[in-house]
Ligand binder design. Sequence first.
Ligand SMILES: [Mg+2]
Length: 252
Amino acid sequence: MVGRKPGIIALFDVDGTLTYPRKAITPKMLEFMQDLRKVVTIGVVGGSDLIKISEQLGNSVISDYDYVFAENGLVAYKNGELIGKQSLKSFLGEEKLKELINFTLHYIADLDIPIKRGTFIEFRSGMLNVSPIGRNCSQEEREDFEKFDEVHKIRSKMVSILREKFKHLNLTFSIGGQISFDVFPQGWDKTYCLQYLEDFPEIHFFGDKTYKGGNDFEIYDSAVTVGHTVISPTDTAEKCKSLFIATKPGDA
Ligand SMILES: [Mg+2]
């Protein structure tokens, strides 16, 4: 492609960065990304699966960007073609996975908390989501549990026990939201996708949750990326214009 700067990739978070939270990309932003693609290689990395990313970025997403990383890169596309697929199941293997699930369910069974509902473990392709109260509690029960947990530290105690018991598996435990925590292998955050970008000496990453504990933090903070914090799609476009498109005085 004529005029593309070699060795540079602009990599984008999806929600809050290319789109407004949980919304679809605007036609204007879509057009901007195609203009940007004439200048640099572009990619997206989202925590959601490809179906969800396509709902936000459009059905032609895998051909609109040079790289598309769904589920933080566990599912990776380059030039519209699948180049990698990884899952918790194939990474840990059924035996270790069963050991982890059994222990977790036993722990929850013995847990004395005011109420329990159903779906204590949700099995996702790249992680387990564990909820001591159960995911199908009502909104009111969810809020009550959050308050109870703030006082009794149910989740943080559980996490420290699981962390110790399964330290040989090198897992990350991440408490988020009101009722649950996520369990996934170390490094399966957004930095996972960087293994596919070793040919780029200059990786610019744009994300809205770049603070510690945010889902963009690790890749933003990574030594191999140049991190940019954005507050909206408009901000993303502005920053890209001044970094990659704006001509300096004197440029012909
Ligand atoms: Mg985001």
